[in-house]
Structure formats: C-alpha cells, structure tokens
Design a protein around this ligand. Sequence first.
Ligand code: GLA
Length: 352
Amino acid sequence: MSTTIRAVAPGRVNLIGDHTDYMGGLVLPMAIDLHTTVIGVRGGDRIRLTSAQDAEPLDLVLPVGDPALVTPAWGRYVAGVAAELDAITVAEGRNGVDGFTGTVSSTVPPGSGLSSSAALELAVALALGMDASAVELATRCQRAELAATGVPCGIMDQLCSAAGVAGHALLIDCTTLEVTPVPDPTDLTVWVIDSGQPRTLDGSAYAERRAECEAAAALIGPLPSAPAEHIELLDDELHRRRARHVRSECDRVRAFAAALAADDAERAGELMLESHASLRDDFEVSTPTLDALVERLAARPGVLGARLTGAGFGGSVVALTSPDVDLTDAGAGGRRVVASAGAFVEDVTDSP
Ligand code: GLA
C-alpha cells in the first residue's frame, strides 16, 4: 500500500516590522490558524495536483523547466519548490525529486496579505519530502517564490510559516535568522481585517522599494542600525525617507516586544499606529482604503492599535484589541486569529 502524506502550513499575520526583512531587520509575525493543506501520494515522474480553489488542475512533468511559465498560476509556486528540491536531490547524487499525486486546499485567502503563497510553498515542500531545518526550508521556499514570480521577497513569511509556535508570535532577526518565540498576550485579541482591496506583489512597487532601500544602504551601510545623522546625510530625499522607515520600524519592533513583555498593551497599540504612519508617509506602501480602515478601527472603543500588515498596496489590516471587542463587521470582514504552530507533515495512510 502506498503511503498517504498530509502536509499542513499556516499563513501569517505580521504584528509589526514591515519592509525590514529584506534589509536584515527585525520582524514580529505570528503563524495563524488559517492553513494550506496538501494531501497525496509520492511517486511517479510528474506532480499532479487538483485544487479546491481552482478548477484547473496542475500537471507538471519532472524535472520542471522555468517555474514562471507554469499554468495554472498557483502551480508556479509548486514548480518553484519542485525545482529547489530537485537541485538538492541531484546534489546528493540521487535522481531528482519524486512525483506526487494529490490535492491542495487552503483557508488562507489569496491576495489578502496573509502569506497564502508562503503557506503553499511550505506545504508543497514538506509534501514532496524536503527534509530540512525551519531556516533551510524557509530559505529554499523564498528562492522558489523568486523563481515563480520574480518578486525579491524577504524571508519573513516562509520562516514564520516554517517556525510558528502555538500561543506565540516570533521575533525574527533577519540578519542572523534567529527566531525568538514571544508569548501572546493572553488578555489581548488579534484581528485581521480584510480591506477589500486585493493585491499581488508582482503587480506592486515591492521590488522598487527594495531597490531604493538597497541604494540607501550602499551609501550608509545596514539600515536597521543606521544612525539618524547618517540617514539625514543622504542627498536623495526618497532614500532618506525609505531609510528612516527601516531604521524606525526596527526600533518599533524592539519596543513592541518589550511592551508585550511588560503587559503594556496601550504602548503596543501606539507602536502599531506609528508603524502604519511610517509605512504610509516614509515608505509609501499604504493606500487610501487601508488608511481609512486603520483610522476607523483606531477610533473604535477597545481597539488598542491597527496597521497594514505585510507588503501593503491593499490586503489586510491587523488590529490588537481587548477581548470584548468584535470586529467581524469591520472593513470587508474581520476575523479573530490565534497564534498557531508551524508547518508539519504526517503519514495519514491509516487515518479515516
Ligand atoms: C511580503 C514579503 C515579505 C516582507 C513583507 C513586508 O509579505 O513576502 O518578505 O517583505 O512583504 O514586510
């Protein structure tokens, strides 16, 4: 009898620390109770997956060619991961990645800034048999995303999905890739509110922002630790603003973690609002829809803080509230999320 594999990977919400990961800065995301699941059987010379979300199945002949050319579009992430795994197996003197036949389904809404693509990459990597540390899994899946979409994303989403800890957010230093679980404040609730404005990173100015930060860093060194006086010396006003965001956002991540540890919910909420303002004004990745939603949320009783989460340009807002608050009616719909464990794979051959 062949072994049936089930691989599950969570999406994530970032509490604070956006557009810092690709500059080696600090982030504080948590894996959430929305997941992508791949179930099936390994073997054969192709990857065949049907999707609960898309009528068009994926039928990928191995070894894969250019992942960016695969259809349906979600299959590009699968192909990117398969190409990574193929490279590992060949380097180890084996014959390349095995095929897989199964299904993929997800409760992570695509285009909402909750890392549906990272969840898919991690679930596929584990389903296909990638056996590695959380950091290596995440690094490989980050490379897969670049091959699939051409977007030079950072490591946050993949590492959060791989290393999630139930009941904890993760403080990640994106230079050392050290992950420190930070206990969830038990007396607070995290909400994710859909702005109703979808976004994809390949249609956004994400790569442009990253290039602007790299240009600034080439002049003054690593932005997460750049002294304010060096930032102010940058000639280009745009570079100054981008660098100011990265530096101040890393400081806010540290302060937010300290506020949680000190049970200072009010300070944590203020830092979220400051983060949103910096992403809006200095980094210019917000939109009028996101700004209006954050403003409306901040005015509601019991809401401590709110900010765009992830790349911006649409997607979702994250809010921190006292437990009695109900945001289900906010924006295009709010959902309470809970910090979840990271991606895992199991043999479910005998399961009912
Ligand atoms: C996207 C990317 C991440 C990160 C965020 C912004 O989610 O995939 O690597 O850069 O945007 O913080």
